[in-house]
Design a protein around this ligand. Structure first.
Ligand code: ZN
Length: 427
């Protein structure tokens, strides 16, 4: 029995018994939208939905009467598709091509600025060697790189709060960033599914305004995401990113071992060895927190930061200062940002970590400077923040309202905070 699976678009189509290419007469796996109309219509209620009964009828048509073109079905389905697809490639490419051709920014300057901004990303930095023909044929970035490129692009294109190109183009990019933030949120409520639906319709409309001859099936597929949220929960739990991330291991492996004769056997062996190595850990599924102790704090030290920690941890036997702390896949370290309050009106509050303490080898306290949120920069889709050096506070990692990574970007003397994956902020 197949419970769930992840894969890219053609693989999922194949598994679902559909034609692998979007050139099918009915290219969508979730509705019966015809090929000639599915890209120009933003209200998908106009299309008939695929149902289990309909699917069985189509399969019978294919098997008994060999009528393959009417419904996009090739074979009986193994499952009903769970899918995730990305359109940021299209949007980044169109916006960047427009900015370069209309003289907003030159390509060497784009590459140089991206290079500088990339240092604020911990990993998956975009490829900063974008060439002229990439603007028309594809930007050649991996899924994660493209996502980061979309986040950094407004910082490259907007100068002194102004975008000198056509406003429509920047508006598409910003709409997409907001939608992406909501879709990739760690936590989603039922009503967010309907917000996604609305935002996709608006985004599609805006894309049609800049690209009337749109030829991207992915844009139509976005319309079905809200239903997937209702059925399966937050998209990041069933997104293609995870599949791609795991698949990267195999792709890297082939290059490293340089064995192309029996690649399946070699990668299987190595993968199994890697799994065995993981299973040797104390907790196989839950990784232990990782940190290195810088020094133990002797009793009687009355540093104001230690006082803060002691006040919180009255029964503490030993307290130590640590280097970067990695826990549940998140890293907390000096200068990293955390979210202190997530009220979007007037603004959320952030803190900048000064020190990380471990108490009795099991509890973690972050001492941070409170930051003032000056404004929401709509054109950059980021909060402008500033450290308040006189306000120190401490917070336990378990108490964080949003324990995930917050992108911190310092550019042109200004400091920006971008909470990625929060359902209310920047969405
Ligand atoms: Zn559809």
């Amino acid at each position: 029995m197949l419970v769930a699976c992840e894969g890219d678009c053609p693989a999922q189509a194949k598994l679902g018994g559909f034609k692998e290419s979007v050139s099918a007469e009915r290219p969508c796996r979730q509705c019966l939208a015809p090929r000639d109309r599915y890209l120009s219509i933003t209200d998908i209620a106009q299309f008939e939905r695929r149902t289990k009964r309909k699917h069985e009828e189509h399969v019978t048509e294919v098997e008994q009467f060999n009528r393959r073109d009417s419904c996009g079905v090739q074979d009986p389905s193994v499952k009903y598709g769970v899918n995730y697809r990305r359109v940021e490639g299209l949007i980044c490419m169109k916006v960047l091509a427009h900015a370069v051709t209309s003289g907003v920014v030159s390509l060497p300057s784009v590459n140089e600025q991206l290079q500088g901004l990339s240092q604020f990303l911990p990993h998956d930095r975009p490829n900063c060697l974008i060439k002229e023909d990439h603007l028309y044929k594809g930007l050649r970035q991996s899924a994660a790189q493209m996502r980061n490129l979309a986040i950094l692009l407004p910082f490259v294109l907007v100068k002194d709060g102004k975008f000198t190109g056509e406003a429509n183009f920047l508006s598409v990019l910003l709409s997409y960033l907001k939608l992406m933030n909501l879709m990739m949120a760690y936590e989603l409520h039922e009503r967010d599914a309907y917000r996604i639906k609305k935002k996709v319709e608006q985004l599609h409309q805006k894309i049609l305004e800049i690209e009337p001859d749109l030829s991207m099936a992915k844009v139509h597929f976005l319309h079905h995401f809200w239903e997937q949220v209702l059925l399966f929960g937050p998209i990041r739990q069933h997104a293609c990113y995870r599949f791609e991330g795991h698949f990267a291991f195999f792709k890297r492996m082939a290059r490293i071992i340089r064995n192309y004769t029996n690649i399946i056997m070699s990668t299987t062996n190595r993968h199994q060895t890697r799994l065995c190595h993981y299973m040797l850990r104390k907790h196989f599924l839950f990784e232990e927190p990782k940190y290195s102790v810088k020094f133990q704090i002797p009793r009687g030290v009355s540093d104001p930061e230690i006082k803060l920690v002691r006040l919180k941890e009255v029964s503490a036997l030993k307290i130590a200062k640590t280097g970067p702390l990695e826990i549940h896949g998140n890293t907390y370290q000096e200068d990293g940002l955390i979210l202190l309050s997530d009220t979007s009106r007037p603004f959320p509050e952030f803190g900048r970590i000064i020190n990380v303490f471990v108490v009795d080898d099991k509890r973690f306290i972050l001492v941070c400077h409170k930051m003032k949120t000056r404004c929401l920069d709509e054109m950059l889709n980021a909060y402008r923040v500033q450290s308040l050096f006189n306000k120190k506070l401490d917070i336990s990692v378990d108490e964080l309202i949003f324990p995930h990574r917050i992108l911190s970007i310092l550019t042109k003397g200004k400091h920006y905070a971008i909470p990625i994956g929060h359902r209310k902020l920047l969405t």
